[in-house]
Design a binder for this molecule. Sequence first.
Ligand SMILES: Nc1ncnc2c1ncn2[C@@H]1O[C@H](COP(=O)(O)OP(=O)(O)OP(=O)(O)O)[C@@H](O)[C@H]1O
Length: 235
Amino acid sequence: MTPIISARQLCKSAGEKMILRGIDINIRAGESVAVLGPNGAGKSTLLKILSTLVKPTEGELLIQGKRVADDGAAIKRMIGYLPHNSLLYDHLTAAQNLAFYGKMYRVPQLRERIEELLRKVGLYHFRDEPVRLFSRGMIQRLSIARAILHRPQILLLDEPHTGLDREACDLLNRLIDSLKAENGTIIMVTHDFEHALEVCERILIVRNGKLADDLSTGQLEQEELFTLYRKQVAG
Ligand SMILES: Nc1ncnc2c1ncn2[C@@H]1O[C@H](COP(=O)(O)OP(=O)(O)OP(=O)(O)O)[C@@H](O)[C@H]1O
């Protein structure tokens, strides 16, 4: 079966700096994958490239067998991306932000979908407040709504639990579970090894711009996984 994500020899450089140095990955539809690794390893850069927002300097990315250059709009609609920076507009209200992205993704019955999501993430009563007045946790809640607005099949999450309170963490975990139940594909950058094991069936370890390990959580005991993880991440 064609992998939903297939990356060949992805490289990214910025000036003289090589951030990614030839990453190959195949991810099947329905897989949940954690990306772990030390600070500065290239995890967020990899996720940005998979989101199609950033182009690799070299290498090829295929989403469901298609090049982004060939069918960009359809591919973008398949992907939900929750990055570090929120991608929200400060001067727009919560509802206006979702309306902006909803139109871009041509979400059907947009008004109803926005209301449903604002209720889901607990921001319905703040729908007409500008985002510049939001706390970090509220921004993260709205960013989650933005990322799943168009019901993407692939969800890319960059340290998604950062800044969330307990209730919002539970909400996010429930969303991840429901996407998994619908055969959605999840790729999550995290520093939380235990949480990665809870949520994901596969762990990719990125180190110094390369894929240092590709582990299946079902095949190894937690102890063995942790030893491999520590070996790669600590030294
Ligand atoms: N646009 C850029 N220009 C120059 N250097 C960059 C750029 N983007 C990222 N880098 C550098 O590339 C390296 C990898 O960054 P990246 O954010 O992908 O790492 P990361 O593994 O996600 O790190 P962390 O765990 O700290 O979030 C870092 O040294 C970073 O400073």
